[in-house]
Design a protein around this ligand. Structure first.
Ligand code: FAD
Length: 623
């Protein structure tokens, strides 16, 4: 008798997408199995030991708002925290945590092992069970068969993975792990579009061989920010410094002299890498006028000497890497513990997906993470969570759920991927969001936690904390709107410092808070105005809502105006040849992309506003 077992949802891969997917499906009550190559690498960070950053931090807070793990894991494993862009507007402020790699994995594994409804299994998945146009299970390397109406593939850089270090090439999913070749062959045989991308990572270095006295220390923020809406500073372990180093003139010479030994420049690698995370050889070529490049020396953890030199990702030959590293000031005696490398891998064209991340061609097959052409832990985790939700909804015959572009960065990312696809590893930036004043890190819970509760992702403790916070914000807003300060009520020196002179009439606290340069804390010091709320998160929210009210309202109005297009569905069987007035090119594009809504159609490159109007006319006539 052959072994066989049935689940509601099977997740293949235990990286950042897979772990969030499995947790989400299990939180929603599905019997879930997470199968991965190696249980010891659950939650492993393949590249830099850091979570968050601009755009990415926004995704982490959204994952958290929906009850996901990443923010809580970063809080428990973060050894340095900073708020980036802290002097800029709230839309672009972002949290970044340097993580202890080992601790991060331990937190992820603990969460997975303790999630009711979730089982773990270690083995490679080599095959999918396909019945007609549906996926109904997986087969492992050992021939074991697991069945489920929903299967989520989150196999990262492993599909047909090929590692490059100078002239040396070998097969691998990432350093130290096998590739997923059998699964890659199977996917290539299915009606899915497969392409290649590449990414790279720097060599790791033994800190004991670095002269830190010649580097510039970079401490974290005090007090350190907290990622999770449910977190606190006390969750953080011991905090440490990062350091800043610079490439020297000799570094650039070494790279230029050895470019022919970089597989990217010798023509061995043809696939495209992440434009915004370029290798050092790319930087030297692309920014030829720059005479030095910054390197952040990031500790890999509290109990290890290894450091991660962020900024010198390379696939140059190993001996060139040694020379390159030793040409950096303070690194003259550096010992490399792991070589840098580039990896090429298969990804599947995300335009073949529905908004719920289910394949159009195969019901029950969901894809999330690097397999969809993205790069980054946060992008992967966000997709994983959404795929977990939608796999659970597929099992229950519920329609897919995905936030809109005006509701979440997650919505922006999914819409970008499924509408435009990608030709290079896709990463999140705040500039990708047209409504970025609405999509701030600080309000991710207000935007998403109610939806998360309805979906079954948010537990009672989080919901109670959320309701308390939401009510406190509303109460304080009401108080600011109804409390007035009379002209004589503010001491002359305070009035001149805060308002540039005495008040000439009665003002509400809300009106005063809107004035430039007046902070919530300043206002609360005025007798009759304070003491205000003690919770810093509530105070921050009240201040941002007051200060940016006009801009926020303008973006809301824009959202309303475009809502008609976003909410007008385009039938899956629409015959674009029958839409009169469309150019041949637009017809072809629409027939090929098959957008889900008129709004989405308008974002396909080449589809003009005039074409959108013709579509609306056609739909009206059809009705
Ligand atoms: P992964 O984290 O790769 O996880 C995939 C999981 O699937 C693994 O657990 C693996 O064991 C498992 N698996 C694979 N195939 C099978 C199978 N057939 N059966 C069972 N289990 C399987 N991101 C950045 O943001 N910036 C960078 O500069 C950057 N550089 C990178 C450099 C390198 C060399 C690598 C490898 C990655 C880099 N990344 C970078 C990307 C980052 O690591 C990924 O974006 C992120 O880890 C993707 O998450 P994921 O869950 O999709 O896949």
């Amino acid at each position: 008798m052959r072994f066989q077992a049935e689940y509601d949802v099977i997740v293949v891969g235990g990286g950042h997408a897979g772990t969030e997917a499995a947790l989400a499906a299990a939180r929603m009550g599905c019997a879930t199995l997470l199968i991965t190559h190696n249980i010891d690498t659950l939650g492993q960070m393949s590249c830099n030991p850091a979570i968050g950053g601009i755009g990415k931090g926004h995704l982490v807070r959204e994952i958290d708002a929906l009850g996901g793990l990443m923010a809580r894991a970063a809080d428990r494993a973060g050894i340095q925290f900073r708020t980036l862009n802290s002097r800029k507007g709230p839309a672009v402020r972002a949290t970044r945590a340097q993580a202890d790699r080992g601790l991060y994995k331990a937190v992820v594994r603990h969460a997975l092992e303790n999630q009711p409804g979730l089982q773990l299994f270690q083995q490679a998945v080599d095959d999918l069970v396909v019945e007609g146009e549906r996926v109904t299970g997986v087969v492992t390397q050992g021939g074991l068969r697991f069945g489920a109406p929903a299967v989520i593939l989150t196999v990262g850089t492993f599909l047909g993975g090929r590692i490059h270090i100078g002239e040396v090439q070998y097969e691998g999913g990432r350093a130290g792990d096998p590739p997923a070749n059998a699964l890659a062959r199977r996917l290539r045989a299915l009606p899915l579009r497969v392409e290649r991308l590449k990414t790279g990572t720097p060599p790791r270095i033994d800190a004991r061989s670095i002269d830190f006295s010649r580097l510039q220390p970079q401490p974290g923020d005090t007090p350190p920010p907290v990622f999770s809406f449910m977190g606190q500073v006390a969750d953080h372990p011991r905090q440490v410094d990062c350091h800043i180093a610079w490439t020297g003139p000799r570094t650039l010479e070494i790279i230029r002299e050895n470019l022919h030994r970089s597989p990217m420049y010798s023509g061995v690698i043809e696939s495209v890498g992440p434009r915004y995370c370029p290798s050092i050889e790319d930087k030297v070529v692309r920014f030829a006028d720059k005479d030095r490049h910054q390197i952040f020396i990031e500790p890999e953890g509290l109990d290890t000497h290894e450091v991660y030199p962020n900024g010198i990702s390379t696939s140059l030959a190993f001996e060139v890497q040694v020379a390159l590293v030793r040409s950096i000031e303070g690194f003259e005696r550096a010992h490399i513990t792991r070589p840098g490398y580039a990896i090429e891998y298969d990804f599947l064209d995300p335009r073949d997906l529905h908004p719920g991340l289910e394949c159009r061609a195969l019901q029950g097959l969901f894809l999330a993470g690097q397999i969809n052409g993205t790069t980054g832990y946060e992008e992967a985790a966000a997709q994983g969570l959404l795929a977990g939700v939608n796999a659970a909804r597929r099992v229950r015959d519920l329609p897919p759920w995905c936030p809109r572009r005006d509701e979440a960065y997650m919505g922006v990312m999914i819409d970008d991927l499924i509408t435009r696809g990608t030709r290079e590893p896709y990463r999140m930036f705040t500039s990708r969001a047209e409504y970025r004043l609405l999509l701030r890190e600080d309000n991710a819970d207000l935007r998403l936690t109610p939806a998360g509760r309805e979906l079954g992702l948010v537990d009672d403790a989080r919901w109670a904390a959320f309701e308390t916070r939401r009510e406190a914000i509303a109460r304080e807003n009401r108080r600011l709107e109804s409390t007035c300060l009379k002209p004589g009520a503010v001491a002359a020196d305070t009035a001149s410092r805060l308002f540039g002179g005495p008040l000439t009439r009665e003002y509400t606290l809300q009106e005063l808070l809107r004035r430039p340069g007046v902070g919530y804390a300043d206002l609360m010091e005025i007798p009759g105005a304070g003491p205000g709320v003690a919770d810093a998160g509530v105070a921050e929210q009240v201040e941002i809502q007051a200060k940016y009210a006009g801009y926020i309202q303008r973006q809301r109005d824009e959202v309303e105006r475009s809502r008609r297009l976003e909410e007008t569905p385009l039938p899956a069987d629409l015959d674009y040849a029958a839409v009169s007035g469309l150019s041949h090119e637009v017809r072809q594009k629409l027939a090929q992309h098959r957008p889900h809504t008129v709004g989405q159609a308008g974002r396909i490159p080449g589809v003009t506003p005039a074409a959108v109007s013709l579509l609306l006319v056609h739909l009206k006539k059809r009705d």
